[in-house]
Design a protein around this ligand. Structure first.
Ligand SMILES: [Zn+2]
Length: 169
């Protein structure tokens, strides 16, 4: 089932999400729906607040459905190590049609739990590292535009307001 994606302007995107404590059938269903929604968008990743839920759950697939083994679903992800730097163009399904270059770690180690509550550790390099950092940010109410300088951020915000007024958002 596709879930509607929350767009910039919704206060839920700026809130800190709650840890997941119940690893039940509902959570499994939610993760499947998030994966479907991410593939349909299409995007490299999706965080629960983007579908209107304040839960610490992210789904990532940098192959966008091309390789089954690259699908990652993490509950309560935590960045436990970050190394290096990359400065690449980045977008967000909640801020469609806008991109900007953002500094991200080149390599990350993330701990968390799988959909059944089992503890897991993930490593990400390059694009995967960037997506991990971006999605974990979402769980803390941080968007990629929050990493930009005030001028760049304000230009995007102004363009969004214009789209809102034009009924294009
Ligand atoms: Zn995003």
């Amino acid at each position: 089932m596709f879930l509607p994606i929350v767009k910039y302007g919704d206060p839920i995107l700026h809130q800190v999400c709650e840890p997941i404590t119940l690893f039940d059938h509902e959570l499994e269903k939610l993760s499947k729906n998030m994966v479907e929604t991410m593939y349909a968008a299409p995007g490299y990743g999706l965080a629960a607040p983007q579908v209107g839920l304040l839960k610490r759950l992210i789904v990532i697939d940098v192959s966008v459905g091309e390789k089954e083994e690259s699908l990652i679903v993490v509950a309560n992800p935590e960045l436990i190590n970050a190394e290096g730097d990359q400065f690449e163009e980045e977008g967000c399904l909640s801020i469609p049609s806008f991109t900007a270059r953002v500094h991200r770690p080149y390599r990350v180690i993330v701990s968390g739990q799988d959909i059944h509550g089992k503890e897991k550790v993930f490593e990400g390099e390059g694009v995967l590292s960037r997506v991990f950092a971006h999605e974990i940010d979402h769980l803390n109410g941080v968007l990629f535009i929050d990493h930009l300088g005030a001028i760049k951020r304000d230009i995007i915000k102004r363009k969004i307001r214009k789209k809102v007024r034009a009924g294009e958002w």
